[in-house]
Design a binder for this molecule. Sequence first.
Ligand SMILES: [Zn+2]
Length: 194
Amino acid sequence: MKGSGATLKRMYRPAIKHCRECGAHVSYRLPDDGDTKNRAICTQCHTVHYENPLNVVGTVPYWGERGEQVLLCKRNIEPRLGKWTLPAGFMELGESTEHGAWRETQEEAGAEIEIDGLFTLLNVVRVGQVHFFYRARLTSDRFSPGYETQEARLFTEDQIPWDDLAFKTVRETLERYFDDLRSGKFGFHVSDIG
Ligand SMILES: [Zn+2]
C-alpha cells in the first residue's frame, strides 16, 4: 500500500490511454469476437484490455464486552483528508479478502485484531468497486497508526462523527453494526450503494 496507490484514493479510474503490452494508443471499440461492450483495444498490436471491478477490503474493529466501541481512523491522505473511516483499502494480488482486511487494519491503524465473520458486502457500481467489511475483535486498545492515518481511536455509537465519515460504505457498515449490536445478533448484509 505504501506508495502503491492501493487505498481508497483511486475513486474513479481514468480510461485506459496506452497499451500495456506495447505502449501504443488504444481506442475504445467493440472487439471482433462478438463481445457486446466497448473495450480498450491497442491500435498497433490489437491487444484487448479488459477492465473489471476492484475489491476493497476492510474491518469493523470492535472493543468492549459487547463490542460497543469501534475503531475509526482519521484520514491523512486524499481523498477525504481529515474524514473518518474504517480501516480498508484495495485488495492486493496474492492475498485473500480476509488477509487483505487484516493487512489494511495493521497498516492504517496498527491495531491487533482477530477476524470474525464477513459482515457487509457493498456494491458500488458507479465507481466499479465491491467493498467487503469483516467484524474483527480487537485484542488490544493500543494503536499505532501508519502514515495514512492522523489518528485512530475508539467510538461508541453516540460518539461516531456521522457527519464526518469518509465513505458511504463506511456509514452503511456502521449503521448495520450498531443495529445488529442492539438486536443482539450479527448478520451478513448485502447492499447496493448509489
Ligand atoms: Zn499494443
